[in-house]
Ligand binder design. Structure first.
Ligand SMILES: Nc1ncnc2c1ncn2[C@@H]1O[C@H](COP(=O)(O)OP(=O)(O)OP(=O)(O)O)[C@@H](O)[C@H]1O
Length: 266
């Protein structure tokens, strides 16, 4: 058995790197909910993602796009079902890059490079025009600049799966226009790229797949769905007795509002 494993690992990649890389990632009957007794956010989803594909993920606010991306990344575990064939290297750029860390951009990216086996981050920083930001502390970055740091840490290790959560939000025009070619390059190198995107920034890429999340299900369409009409959103704070919370949240969600608990007050 050990001999077979050694043979497979050593010789197959060397002889047929194309075959070795070509592995379909598969979601089989994946369901997810954040807490017991709460409704499923993602329910019974079957989907395949193949190397070389770029997928655009759309859906209303609170539909479950970020949740699905976290399941794909392996950052959340399905409540039911399985995710198989996930590439070994995953790059994940979250919608909000966590800037509450006491580093400059360079210190952070150097650290991530060490974590990623001395991955080269400098060419990406240059490509995303980050020269002026390198000595800035993460907490002092604007949303768009923080987003670029998130992109560089996701790209540096040549991911087999690149996940971008709202990558165009807050970005400057130069970086926005660079992203479609970056996605194309990652896919051309055999990677899978999936991006949740309200803004249709990847539209026009040849072969782009269109997924949308609706009622916990992932639907695929051949045509790009119509561009969603942006409505101004606001967040309100409501205090309710803890034992009424599940019913209260369920009621809001039934009406289509994304609702979640923020903190328990003692
Ligand atoms: N950590 C959490 N705990 C509990 N519920 C959560 C949590 N994160 C998200 N949710 C809920 O799961 C549902 C899906 O949220 P998610 O963030 O995945 O949607 P989304 O489509 O990415 O929304 P948006 O476009 O607004 O970012 C929402 O009802 C949300 O309130």
């Amino acid at each position: 058995m050990l001999g077979c494993r050694l043979y497979c690992r050593t010789f197959i990649p060397a002889l047929r790197p194309d075959l070795y890389r070509y592995r379909i990632m598969r979601l089989s009957r994946v369901s997810f909910r954040y807490r017991r007794r709460e409704p499923f956010v993602i329910e019974d989803v079957d989907a395949d993602l193949s190397p070389g594909e770029v997928i655009e993920l759309t859906g209303a606010n609170g539909a479950g796009k970020s949740t699905l991306l976290r399941l794909l990344a392996g950052l959340a575990k399905p409540t039911k079902g399985t995710v198989s064939g996930r590439p070994a290297v995953v790059g994940f750029a979250p919608d909000r890059f966590p800037t509450d860390q006491p580093f400059t951009v360079t210190q952070y990216l150097r650290h991530m490079s060490r974590v990623r086996g001395r991955a080269r981050w400098e060419p990406w920083a240059e490509r995303l025009n980050m020269g002026m930001l390198l000595d800035t502390r993460l907490p002092d970055l604007s949303k768009g600049s923080a987003h670029k740091v998130g992109l560089v840490q996701a790209l540096m290790a040549e991911p087999g799966l690149l996940i971008l959560d709202e990558p165009f939000a807050g970005l400057d025009a130069g970086t926005r226009s660079a992203l479609p070619s970056i996605a194309t390059e990652v896919a051309a190198g055999g990677g899978i790229v999936i991006a949740s995107d309200h803004q249709g920034g990847l539209r026009g890429l040849p072969g782009l797949r269109h997924w949308s999340v609706l009622d916990g299900q992932v639907k695929e369409s051949v045509e790009a769905p119509p561009e969603p009409v942006e409505r101004v959103q606001t967040t309100v704070a409501v205090t309710v007795p803890l034992d009424e919370l599940p019913r209260f949240l369920a009621g809001l969600r039934e009406q289509g509002y994304p609702a979640r608990e923020i903190e328990e007050i003692r």
